[in-house]
Design a protein around this ligand. Structure first.
Ligand code: G4P
Length: 286
């Protein structure tokens, strides 16, 4: 689902997160491992300032593993620890509570030193739409809690979800807006499926995808669609159209007169890319 972000919407989202931050010990920032920069809210460092933080590079199953490790090193240099996870399969999700306790170790030790019994540490998941917040909350809870597609301003009573015995999570995530004033960011988010086709034209997104793939992942694209001739110049639109037509013909997307149905071919490319059928693809490097 795509949220239309208007200024009032952003202000409300920000205020909601700031209210939630008062209740928690650690903010868990969820990013898409395929586009860690484009899936980051432009103001997130300012919004979460002063709170311990853990970054989760989600959908790591779809991303290039080596680049994901480079991103982890990049965030470590910024002083932010991170984990690479797949919320949908649960891969490495079990490491989250362990890491969170580790990050809050000093705070817990202080409570113990004062003779207090430490209460479970409390966390909040934050991120832009479609990064997998609800999937992760459900996974950590071990049951269906968060309705997918929660939007800012639609509040319900907040509850704490137990994650094991030592961690609790707010059941509603903090929803942030993407950096959409940058057109490139919009296309990358559309390519990965975070922004749906109502916002950007499906063919435009598919051409953008072909261009990116031709430059960085030609072998994967060629193998998936049985292509033999890479575009001579990926900046040349005629060449991109030629590749799109090749793909359309391979998949039988033909209309009367033997022309290629470019919209249908576009849909196929994007669907298979997003499903990971072309392999593990990352669109941004640190
Ligand atoms: P949100 O709350 O942040 O808006 O995101 P949500 O959990 O709704 O997840 C958005 C989409 O991302 C969902 O797919 C979800 O299954 C998928 N997803 C979440 N985590 C992962 C992951 O680690 N790996 C992969 N490959 N996908 C992930 P969808 O197509 O919108 O819905 P559905 O078909 O799964 O129901």
């Amino acid at each position: 689902m795509t949220i239309q972000w208007f200024p009032g919407h952003m202000t409300r989202a920000r205020r909601e997160i700031q209210e939630k931050l008062k209740l928690i010990d650690i903010a868990i920032e969820l990013l898409d491992a395929r586009v860690p920069l484009s899936s980051r809210n432009p103001m997130v460092d300012e919004i979460l300032k002063g709170k311990p933080r853990l970054i989760l590079l989600n959908k790591a199953d779809l991303a290039d593993a080596r680049t994901t490790e480079k991103w982890r090193a990049y965030f470590a240099d910024m002083g932010i620890p991170s984990l690479a996870i797949d919320a949908s399969t649960g891969n490495r999700v079990g490491e989250i509570p362990v890491k969170v306790r580790e990050l809050l170790h000093d705070k817990i030790a202080r409570q113990i030193a004062k003779g207090m019994t430490p209460r479970p540490v409390r966390g909040l998941i934050v991120g832009i739409p479609n990064v997998g917040k609800s999937t992760l909350i459900n996974r950590l809870a071990g049951r269906n809690i968060a309705a997918t597609g929660d939007r800012p301003g639609v509040t319900k009573g907040q509850q704490w979800i137990k994650v094991g015995t030592e961690m609790e999570l707010l059941d509603t995530p903090g929803i942030l807006w993407p950096k959409f004033e940058d057109q490139l960011v919009g296309f990358k988010l559309a390519m990965t499926g975070a922004i749906r086709e109502q916002v950007l034209n499906v063919e435009d997104v598919a051409y953008f995808a072909i261009k990116e793939l031709a430059v960085h992942y030609w072998d994967e694209l060629a193998e998936r669609f049985g292509l033999t001739e890479p575009p001579r110049d990926p900046e040349d639109n005629n060449e991109l159209v030629r590749v799109m037509e090749d793909i359309g013909r391979k998949r039988g997307c033909l209309v009367s007169g033997g022309r290629v149905d470019l919209e249908k071919a576009s849909g196929i490319i994007l669907r298979e890319l997003r499903a990971g059928n072309l392999g593990r693809i990352t669109l941004e490097s640190p």
